[in-house]
Design a protein around this ligand. Structure first.
Ligand code: IPM
Ligand code: MG
Length: 364
C-alpha cells in the first residue's frame, strides 16, 4: 500500500529523532511492501525565525491531507523570552486544537533490560504496564480568559480551567474503552476536593462508569496519584487525566521507564472504529521536549519517536503486524545491549542516535 506521511521534525533534537523514525518506517516499507511518501513541514521556533509564525498555513494544510503526522519536538532558549508575542509551543498546541486531537495516549512500559536505568527500586517496577490518557484540547491549557496585563497595583495573569460535559465524557470513554481491552481498571484523576471542574469530572466519571460494569473505576486526587505513581506504579492500568495533570504525570511516569526518551504518544480524535477504512488524521510524537542542550550531538534517544511511529502504523494506517514488528525490533535491540547514554545505567554498548536507528531498522 501507499501512504503519505506528514513529517514535522521541529526544533532541537526533534530532527535527530524523527529522522531515525523515518528510517525505521522505510524499513517497514521494504519488509512489508508498502511505500511511505514523507512530506516535510515546518513548525516551532525555526518556523518563527523564517515565517514569523510557529505554524505556517502551509503546514496546517499538509496536516489535513495526510495519512498520519509524525512530530518531533519544539522549543528552545532562543525563543524563551516571556514577553515574546508567540512561542514555538504554540505551534503544537494549535495543531492539536485545530485537528481536534483531544485524546493523547501515553503508554508506560518498563523494559526489563532498563530497570537499572530508573532511579526507582527494581521490585517496584515489576509488572508496570499502564497507559495514561491525557485530555489534550481543553482544560487549563486552552480555557479563556488566558492573558497577562499591567495594573496600577502590579502585573497580573490569568489562565482558566474550564471543561464542558462533552469534553470530559468523551475522554473518559476513551479510557474506559481501552481499559476493557486491558486489565479492566480505570483510575480517574481529578482535584475534586478543591476544584469545581474536578467535582464535575468525578461526577461524569461515575456516570460513564455505569456503562462499563466490567471495569473497576477508582477516583484518585492528582496529588495522591503523583505519589502512588512512584510508590506503587504496578497498581495502574489506565489513567485518565486533565490536560495539565496529564502533562505533569507523564513526565513523572517516564522515570519508571528509565528515560524521557523512551515514551511514545499518540494524539487522536477518538479511538479508531474497528473496520473503518478511512481513519481521521492523528499525530504521533515522543513525550519529551526539544532538549536543545544535546541537539545535533548524536546522543538523543530515538526510541520514543520510533515507538510513536509504530503507533501511527497501528492507529492511523491499520498496520498491526507492522507496528508489532517495530516494537519487537526495539525490544530485540535493547536485549542485545544497544543503548543511548540516557539508558546506559546498566552498561551495554553506547551508540549514536543514528546507529541505534540503523540497528532497529535492520531488525525490522
Ligand atoms: C508535551 C509537551 C508539550 C505540552 C509542550 C511542548 C507544549 O510538554 O507534549 O508533554 O505541554 O503539551
Ligand atoms: Mg510535557
Amino acid at each position: 500500500m501507499n501512504f503519505s506521511i506528514t513529517v514535522l521534525p521541529g526544533d532541537g533534537i526533534g530532527p535527530d529523532v524523527v529522522s531515525e523514525a523515518v528510517k525505521v518506517m522505510n524499513a517497514v516499507g521494504g519488509r512489508f511492501g508498502h511505500s511511505f511518501d514523507a512530506e516535510y513541514g515546518r513548525v516551532g521556533g525555526n518556523a518563527i525565525d523564517d515565517f514569523g509564525t510557529p505554524l505556517p498555513d502551509e503546514t496546517v494544510e499538509m496536516c489535513r491531507e495526510t495519512d498520519g503526522i509524525l512530530f518531533g519536538a519544539v522549543g528552545g532558549p532562543k525563543w524563551d523570552d516571556p514577553r515574546a508575542p508567540t512561542r514555538p509551543e504554540d505551534g503544537i498546541l494549535a495543531i492539536r486544537k485545530s485537528l481536534g486531537l483531544f485524546a493523547n495516549l501515553r503508554p508506560v512500559k518498563v523494559y526489563p533490560q532498563l530497570i537499572n536505568s530508573s532511579p526507582i527500586k527494581p521490585h517496584l517496577l515489576e509488572g508496570v504496564d499502564m497507559i495514561i490518557v491525557r485530555e489534550l484540547t481543553g482544560g487549563l491549557y486552552f480555557g479563556k480568559p488566558k492573558r497577562r496585563w499591567d495594573t496600577s497595583r502590579g502585573r497580573r495573569g490569568v489562565d482558566t480551567l474550564k471543561y464542558t460535559e462533552e469534553e470530559i465524557e468523551r475522554i473518559l470513554r476513551v479510557g474506559f474503552d481501552l481499559a476493557q481491552g486491558r486489565r479492566k481498571r480505570l483510575t480517574s484523576v481529578d482535584k475534586a476536593n478543591v476544584l469545581e471542574t474536578g467535582r464535575l469530572w468525578r461526577e461524569i466519571a461515575t456516570e460513564v462508569g455505569e456503562d462499563y460494569p466490567d471495569v473497576e473505576l477508582e477516583h484518585v486526587l492528582v496529588d495522591a496519584a503523583s505519589m502512588q505513581l512512584i510508590s506503587n506504579p504496578a497498581h495502574f492500568d489506565v489513567i485518565v487525566a486533565e490536560n495539565t495533570f496529564g502533562d505533569i504525570l507523564t513526565d513523572e511516569a517516564s522515570v519508571l521507564a528509565g528515560s524521557m526518551g523512551m515514551l511514545p504518544s499518540a494524539s487522536l480524535s477518538g479511538l479508531p472504529k474497528p473496520g473503518a477504512r478511512r481513519r481521521p488524521v492523528s499525530l504521533y510524537e515522543p513525550i519529551h521536549g526539544s532538549a536543545p542542550d544535546i541537539a545535533g550531538q548524536g546522543i538523543a534517544n530515538p526510541i520514543g519517536t520510533i515507538l510513536s511511529m509504530a503507533s501511527m502504523l497501528r492507529y492511523s494506517l491499520n498496520l498491526e503486524a507492522e507496528a508489532q514488528a517495530v516494537e519487537r525490533s526495539v525490544e530485540g535491540v535493547l536485549a542485545e545491549g544497544y543503548r543511548t547514554p540516557d539508558i546506559a545505567g546498566d552498561g551495554g554498548e553506547v551508540v549514536k542516535t543514528t546507529e541505534l536507528g540503523d540497528v532497529i531498522a535492520g531488525r525490522v
